[in-house]
Design a protein around this ligand. Structure first.
Ligand SMILES: Cc1cc2nc3c(=O)[nH]c(=O)nc-3n(C[C@H](O)[C@H](O)[C@H](O)COP(=O)(O)OP(=O)(O)OC[C@H]3O[C@@H](n4cnc5c(N)ncnc54)[C@H](O)[C@@H]3O)c2cc1C
Ligand SMILES: *[C@@H]1O[C@H](CO)[C@@H](O)[C@H](O)[C@H]1NC(C)=O
Ligand SMILES: *[C@@H]1O[C@H](CO)[C@@H](O)[C@H](O)[C@H]1NC(C)=O
Ligand SMILES: *[C@@H]1O[C@H](CO)[C@@H](O)[C@H](O)[C@H]1NC(C)=O
Ligand SMILES: *[C@@H]1O[C@H](CO)[C@@H](O)[C@H](O)[C@H]1NC(C)=O
Length: 573
C-alpha cells in the first residue's frame, strides 16, 4: 500500500552516540542473548526463559506501551496508564508523525519495545496451512506447527469485537461492502475459526486487542518473561554486531541509544551460550552484514565504511551466505471505491481533539469508536488465483475507510502466498539498509495473478448497489491499472517484509538459498541463530505476525533440543 515512507527527519545516528545516563555493561553473562523485541524476539525470549535459561532481551528503541512504562502519548492520555500504542483509534498516528520509525532501515518499521507488534494494526488470524506447506522446509509443515498454533492462540486469542461492551462500532462501510460480497457468492467466516477458508470468503477483521487495548506478545509473552528472575530486558540498547571467532559467537557489542540504554560488550555463558538475532528482516540483515556474514560484495561495503571498517572481523573469517537475497513482501495495490453509506471518522483528529463522548467511553469503559483500529478496517476478504505457471496465489483484500472523499474506501489487494518474485536488500556505507531490488511482480505469472485477481474483484464489488469507482476508473482495464502502479517500495510496500535469512536445508555457502538451517542456526556458526520474519522463505497468505509468533515457539523448541556446542570446538583465527 502506498501508505508512506515517513521518516524522522532529525533522527540521530546510532553510531557513536554517547548519552550521560548510559549504563556500562557489567560482567554478567547469559545463556541466551536475544537481539530485538519484535514479533519473533519476545516469543523466543519468553520460551527460553520459561525453560529456565538466563535470557537477556536487547531492544534498540524506547518502551512503547503503558504497561512497560512507555511515555509517548497525546495530552488527553496524560495521567492514564495508556500510550499511543495502546489505544486502537490512535494506531494511525504513525502515518501522521512518522514516530516511531527506524531511520536507518529504508522502510517503515517500529524501533520501539515490541517492534512491529507495538506499531502495527494488530490484524491477526491463523495462518493458512499453505503458508507452511508451500513455503517452509521439512519439519516446518502445517502439521508440525499445529501445536504451536494452539499455544499462540491460547496466549493471544484475538477478537473481532475490540470494544469491551461487546458492540461493533462504525460498521457502515463493513455493512455496505459485505452485502455486495454476499451477493457475489462470498462466504462469511469468523477468521480464526476458519483458517482454511481463504477462497471467496470474508470476515470481520480480528485483532490482538483485549480490554480495548493493544494486546499481543507485549501483553502476554513479554509479561510472563519479565516476571522471571532469569530474564532481563534492556531498552534503548542497540546491538552493533556479534563478537565471534570463526563460527563461535561470544557476545554482542551494544551501543547506548539514550534513555536507559546500556553500552559495552555483553557476553554469553562461555562455551554453551547462544545469540539469537530477532531484529526484523532489515535489522537482522544489518547485524549479519556488520558481523561479517553475507555476500562478499556487501561485506566489502561494511569493510570500506568509516564506522565499521577498522573494527570489522577479518576477511578470512567472513561467512559467505546469501543474506538479503530472497526477500519478499505482500504486493500491495490500492483500489478505491465510494458509496454514499460510507462514513468517515476523523481518527487523525482524535490525536489532539477526540470527540468528547468517544474519549469518555474509551477512558471510562474501554468502549466505543476509539476501540476501532484506525482507519476503520474491514471487511477483509480472500480470493485465490490459479497462476499461469500452475501455482496458486492467495490474495487478501483489506478494506479501510480512507480515500479521496469522505465516502471513499481504499481496498488493498495483498498478493501473497505463492508469489515467486523475490527482491534483494543490502547495506550502504552509512550502515543504512535499503531495498536494491523490490520484490514486486518481477515474475509474469505474479503479475497476471494481480491482474486476474483485480478483474474478478471489480466484478464482485460492482454488485454493491450504488457503488462508484474512483480507481481504477470504469474505463481502465485491470491490466492497464496494475501496470500503471510502479512496482516500487514507494508504491507497493505492504510492511510485511520477510526472507533476508531464509530457512532451509540448502546451505547458502554452497549455492543454496538458505542462511539458517532447520534449527534456525546460521550456517557456518555453532551458536548464532535467527528467529524472526527473516527466516520466512516466502510471504504468508495474510498479515504475517501470527505466523512469526508460531515460528518463534517452534524455533525455541528446536534450539532447546540442540546439544550445546562442545567446549573447545571454537574456531581459531
Ligand atoms: C506499519 C505496520 C503495520 C503492520 N500491520 C500488521 C498487522 O496489522 N498485522 C500483522 O500481522 N502484521 C503487521 N505488520 C507486520 C508485522 O508487524 C511484522 O511482520 C513483524 O513485526 C515482524 O516481526 P520481526 O520479529 O521480524 O521484527 P520486528 O517486529 O520489526 O522487530 C524487530 C525489533 O528489533 C529491534 N532492533 C532492530 N535492530 C536492532 C539492533 N541492532 N539492536 C537491538 N534491537 C534492534 C527493532 O527496534 C524491533 O523492535 C505491520 C508492520 C508495520 C511496520
Ligand atoms: C491500565 O489500568 C487498567 C485498570 O487497572 C487495566 O485494566 C489496564 O490493563 C491497564 N492498561 C495498561 C496498558 O497498563
Ligand atoms: C516500570 O516502572 C515500574 C515502577 O517504577 C518498575 O517497577 C518496572 O520495572 C518498570 N518496567 C520496565 C519495563 O521498565
Ligand atoms: C477459488 O475459487 C474460485 C471461484 O470459485 C475457483 O474457480 C478456484 O478454483 C478456487 N481456487 C482454488 C485454488 O481453490
Ligand atoms: C485451481 O487450482 C486448484 C488447485 O490446484 C484446482 O482444484 C482448481 O480446479 C483450479 N481452478 C481452476 C478454475 O482451474
Amino acid at each position: 500500500m502506498a501508505k508512506g515512507l515517513l521518516f524522522l527527519a532529525a533522527a540521530a545516528s546510532l553510531t557513536g552516540s554517547t548519552f550521560a545516563a548510559c549504563t556500562p555493561a557489567d560482567s554478567k553473562t547469559y545463556d541466551y542473548i536475544v537481539v530485538g523485541s519484535g514479533a519473533g524476539g519476545i516469543v523466543v525470549a519468553d520460551k527460553l526463559s520459561e525453560a529456565g535459561k538466563s535470557v537477556l532481551l536487547l531492544e534498540r528503541g524506547p518502551p512503547s506501551t503503558g504497561k512497560f512504562n512507555g511515555t509517548q502519548k497525546p495530552s488527553w492520555l496524560s495521567g492514564t496508564n495508556l500510550t499511543r500504542y495502546d489505544v486502537p483509534g490512535l494506531f494511525n498516528q504513525i502515518w501522521a508523525d512518522g514516530v516511531p520509525s527506524c531511520p536507518d532501515t529504508g522502510v517503515q518499521a517500529g524501533c520501539v519495545l515490541g517492534g512491529g507488534v507495538a506499531v502495527n494494526s494488530a490484524l491477526y488470524w491463523k495462518p493458512h496451512p499453505d503458508d507452511w506447506d508451500v513455503n517452509f522446509p521439512t519439519g516446518w509443515k502445517s502439521t508440525d506447527m499445529a501445536k504451536y498454533t494452539d499455544s499462540v492462540f491460547s496466549r493471544i486469542p484475538g477478537t473481532y469485537i475490540p470494544s469491551k461492551d461487546g458492540k461493533l462500532y462504525l460498521q457502515q462501510a463493513y455493512d455496505t461492502v459485505s452485502k455486495g460480497l454476499d451477493s457475489a457468492g462470498f462466504k462469511y467466516v469468523v477468521a480464526n475459526d476458519a483458517p482454511t477458508s481463504k477462497n471467496m470468503s470474508y470476515a470481520h477483521p480480528a485483532f490482538y486487542i483485549a480490554n480495548g487495548e493493544r494486546h499481543g506478545p507485549l501483553r502476554s509473552y513479554l509479561e510472563t518473561a519479565y516476571a522471571r528472575s532469569n530474564f532481563a530486558l534492556y531498552t534503548d540498547s542497540n546491538v552493533r554486531r556479534v563478537v565471534r571467532t570463526g563460527g563461535h559467537v561470544t557476545g554482542v557489542e551494544v551501543q547506548c541509544n539514550g534513555g536507559n540504554g546500556h553500552s559495552g560488550t555483553i557476553n554469553v555463558t562461555p562455551g554453551t551460550g547462544r545469540v539469537i538475532l530477532a531484529a526484523g528482516t532489515f535489522g537482522t540483515a544489518r547485524l549479519l552484514f556488520r558481523s561479517g556474514i553475507g555476500p562478499t560484495d556487501i561485506l566489502n561495503v561494511v569493510k570500506g565504511s568509516s564506522t565499521d571498517g577498522s573494527t570489522m572481523i577479518s576477511t578470512d573469517q567472513w561467512i559467505n551466505l546469501p543474506v538479503g537475497s530472497n526477500v519478499n513482501d505482500h504486493v500491495g495495490t490500492d483500489i478505491q471505491i465510494s458509496h454514499p453509506n460510507v462514513v468517515n471518522y476523523d481518527f487523525y483528529g482524535a490525536w489532539s481533539n477526540p470527540v468528547s463522548a468517544d474519549k469518555d467511553a474509551y477512558l471510562n469503559k474501554r468502549s466505543g469508536a476509539l476501540t476501532v483500529v484506525a482507519p476503520n478496517l474491514g471487511p477483509i476478504a480472500w480470493t485465490m488465483v490459479n497462476g499461469t505457471d500452475g501455482k496458486v496465489r492467495h490474495i487478501q483484500w483489506q478494506m479501510r475507510v480512507e480515500g479521496r472523499s469522505n465516502t471513499a474506501m481504499t481496498i488493498t489487494q495483498y498478493l501473497g502466498m505463492g508469489t515467486t518474485s523475490r527482491g534483494k536488500i543490502d547495506i550502504q556505507a552509512n550502515m543504512n539498509t535499503r531495498v536494491v531490488t523490490a520484490p514486486y511482480l518481477r515474475d509474469a505469472a505474479d503479475k497476471q495473478a494481480a491482474i486476474d485477481g483485480l478483474e474478478a474483484m471489480r466484478g464482485y464489488l460492482s454488485k454493491i448497489s450504488g457503488v462508484s469507482w474512483i480507481t481504477p476508473t470504469a474505463s481502465q482495464t485491470s491490466q492497464a491499472f496494475i501496470n500503471s502502479v510502479p512496482a516500487t517500495v514507494a508504491s507497493r510496500n505492504s510492511n510485511h517484509w520477510v526472507g533476508s535469512a531464509t530457512i532451509g536445508s540448502d546451505d547458502g555457502r554452497t549455492g543454496g538459498k538458505a542462511v539458517v538451517d532447520l534449527d534456525t542456526k546460521v550456517y557456518g556458526t555453532d551458536n548464532l541463530f535467527v528467529v524472526d520474519a527473516s527466516i520466512f522463505p516466502g510471504i504468508t497468505t495474510g498479515n504475517p505476525s501470527a505466523a512469526i509468533f508460531i515460528a518463534a515457539e517452534k524455533a525455541a523448541d528446536r534450539i532447546l533440543a540442540l546439544a550445546a556446542p562442545a567446549q573447545g570446538r571454537r574456531f581459531k583465527a
